[in-house]
Design a protein around this ligand. Structure first.
Ligand SMILES: [Zn+2]
Length: 207
């Protein structure tokens, strides 16, 4: 798995709009996400909308917004350079109010049937949280309790990832309104993003 690393975020920047949906309604449509657990019901179909606050000095580098922890945002030129070198899907970011600058997000595909052995995952979740997860009564999606690399069991990705540059796990994690997938990034892309935005990210080895 050494081709892939985690792009570990050091901070979050930006607030998805509207706050009432944690930004999900513009991205997935009013009925496109589960209002109980926050897990989308289908692929993203609209733009992430960010509030201007937090970007008064303009848009630079790359970052992860608040709430949507599996969305990677890139300033326009960085996004264009990344798209030239890597196989990534970009979508323009819209701004609520005056735009502080152009930016795009990487739309991260979910790939694989499983990234972790479920028994290992259950043991890791119970060890950290005392419980493994919950199944949403409304949409039926199972979310494992939040776990980060370092606390997650070893990767057992089935089938292998193949020729992709940024991918999300089929497993959902989260608690309450929080819902996210694990993200892996091909090392050269992660290093490029860290070089452009060292205050936002670092490369974290995974196994
Ligand atoms: Zn749900």
């Amino acid at each position: 798995m050494s081709d892939f690393v985690e792009l570990r975020w050091k901070r979050n920047r930006g607030w998805p709009w509207p706050e009432a949906s944690w930004g999900l309604t513009p991205m997935f449509g009013e009925d496109g996400w589960c209002h109980s657990c926050g897990v989308p019901r289908h692929p993203q179909c609209g733009s992430l909308v960010l509030e201007r606050k937090g970007f008064t000095k303009g848009v630079e580098g790359a970052w992860i917004p608040n709430w949507q922890f599996d969305v990677i945002c890139l300033e326009r030129k960085l996004a264009a350079t990344a798209a030239d070198r890597f196989d990534i899907e970009l979508r323009d970011i819209d701004w609520h109010g005056t735009s502080p600058g152009d930016a795009a997000q990487i739309v991260i595909p979910t790939i694989g049937d499983a990234w972790f052995d479920p028994d290992d995952l259950r043991a890791a979740a119970v060890a950290q949280h005392g419980t493994d997860g919950t199944r949403c009564a409304e949409c039926g999606v199972w979310r494992w309790m939040p776990l980060a690399f370092g606390y997650l069991p070893p990767l057992r990705i089935i089938p292998a990832l193949g020729d992709v540059d940024v991918v999300a796990s089929p497993e959902w994690f989260g608690d309450g309104w929080k819902a996210f997938r694990q993200i892996l990034v091909r090392r050269p892309l992660a290093e490029m993003i860290v070089a452009a935005s060292p205050r936002d990210f670092r490369v974290n080895e995974v196994s």
